[in-house]
Design a protein around this ligand. Structure first.
Ligand SMILES: *[C@@H]1O[C@H](CO)[C@@H](O)[C@H](O)[C@H]1NC(C)=O
Ligand SMILES: *[C@@H]1O[C@H](CO)[C@@H](O)[C@H](O)[C@H]1NC(C)=O
Ligand SMILES: *[C@@H]1O[C@H](CO)[C@@H](O)[C@H](O)[C@H]1NC(C)=O
Ligand SMILES: [Cu+2]
Length: 271
C-alpha cells in the first residue's frame, strides 16, 4: 500500500524543522543575575520623591545575549505593592515571569521579594522593563539590551558605538513636557566623531505620547523594531508609540568640525 504518514520523507523533514524551531537553543547561553531594589529617591532638584530601582532614574540597564537566562531579584522597600514587566520578552514557557500585577502574579508586597526567571529566545535588539502597577510606570523603567549570541554578528555592519536613549515624560509644572534623556543625565548631548556609525537604541517610555524623533540634516537607518531585526530602510523621522523600541543607525558626517545638530523628540499632535 502507500506510504504511511510517518514514513513519508516530506513529513519527516517538516517535523524535524518544526522541532528545531520550537526548541530554544540555550546551548551557548549563560545565566545572568541582577538585583533590583525599589526605593524612593528625589531627582531633578525637586523634593518630589519618586520610586526608583537601585536609586537610578532611568533604572539600571539589563544587558544580555540572546539565549541567556536572566534571574532578576526584585526587592520591594516601598510602601506600594509592585511588580515589574519585561516589555516585549516572549516568555516562552515562563509566562509567570512576565510581570503584570494581578494577571500573571500578585504584586510584590512591602518588604518582600520575587525572582523573575526567564530565557531570551530568538529576540535581539532593544526592549525595556517597567513597573506594571498603577502609575508607577511613570518612573520605574529601564532598558533591556539584547546582544546577539557570542560569536554571532549583527545583521548589519558593526557600529562604532552604541547609545541607549530612553524618552520619558517628566511631570513638573508642565505635565505635557517631554524630556529626552540619556542614561544618568538630565539633558542629552551626544558627542560624536565624524564619519562613524552609531547604533541608537531608542525606547519610548512615555505614558501616552506617540513620539517623533529626528536629527537635523541626517537620515537614520532602521535596523530593528521591537527586538526583531528588519530589512534596513532609511528615514528622516522615526514615529514610535508608547512601549515601542527601535534600533537605528546614525552615520555622522565625514567632516563637519565643531558642528552641532539638533536631536529632537516631540509628541505627535493631531489638530
Ligand atoms: C515614598 O514616597 C511616597 C510618595 O511621596 C510616600 O507616600 C511613601 O511613604 C514614601 N516611602 C516609602 C517607604 O514608600
Ligand atoms: C499591598 O497588598 C496587601 C495584600 O493584598 C494589601 O493588604 C495592602 O493594602 C496593599 N498595599 C497597598 C499600599 O496597596
Ligand atoms: C529558573 O527556571 C529554570 C527552568 O524552569 C529552572 O531550572 C531553574 O531552577 C530556575 N532557577 C531559579 C533560581 O529559580
Ligand atoms: Cu510594557
Amino acid at each position: 500500500m502507500g506510504d504511511s504518514l510517518l514514513s513519508s520523507p516530506e513529513y519527516l523533514v517538516f517535523f524535524s524543522l518544526f522541532t528545531l524551531c520550537l526548541l530554544p537553543n540555550p546551548v551557548l547561553g549563560v545565566t545572568r543575575h541582577f538585583k533590583f531594589d525599589l526605593h524612593n529617591v528625589t531627582r531633578l532638584c525637586h523634593t518630589k520623591s519618586i520610586v526608583s530601582v537601585n536609586g537610578q532614574f532611568p533604572g539600571p540597564r539589563i544587558v544580555a545575549r540572546e539565549g541567556d537566562r536572566l534571574l532578576i531579584k526584585v526587592v520591594n522597600h516601598m510602601s506600594n505593592n509592585i511588580s515589574i514587566h519585561w516589555h516585549g520578552i516572549r516568555q516562552l514557557r515562563s509566562g509567570w515571569a512576565d510581570g503584570p500585577a494581578y494577571v500573571t502574579q500578585c504584586p510584590i508586597q512591602t518588604g518582600q521579594s520575587y525572582v523573575y526567571n526567564f530565557t531570551i529566545v530568538r529576540q535581539g535588539g532593544t526592549l525595556w522593563w517597567h513597573a506594571h502597577v498603577s502609575w508607577l510606570r511613570a518612573t520605574v523603567y529601564g532598558p533591556i539590551v539584547i546582544l546577539p549570541k557570542l560569536g554571532v554578528l549583527y545583521p548589519f555592519a558593526k557600529p562604532y558605538k552604541e547609545v541607549p536613549i530612553i524618552v520619558g515624560e517628566w511631570f513638573n509644572a508642565d505635565p505635557e513636557a517631554v524630556i529626552s534623556q540619556a542614561l544618568q543625565t538630565d539633558t542629552f548631548k551626544l558627542k560624536v566623531k565624524p564619519g562613524k556609525t552609531y547604533l541608537l537604541r531608542l525606547i519610548n517610555a512615555a505614558l501616552n505620547d506617540e513620539l517623533l524623533f529626528s536629527i537635523a540634516n541626517h537620515t537614520l537607518t532602521v535596523v530593528e523594531v521591537d527586538a526583531l531585526y528588519v530589512k534596513p530602510f532609511e528615514t528622516e523621522t522615526i514615529l514610535f508609540t508608547p512601549g515601542q523600541t527601535t534600533n537605528v543607525l546614525l552615520r555622522t558626517k565625514p567632516s563637519y568640525p565643531n558642528a552641532t545638530f539638533f536631536m529632537t523628540v516631540r509628541p505627535y499632535v493631531n489638530i
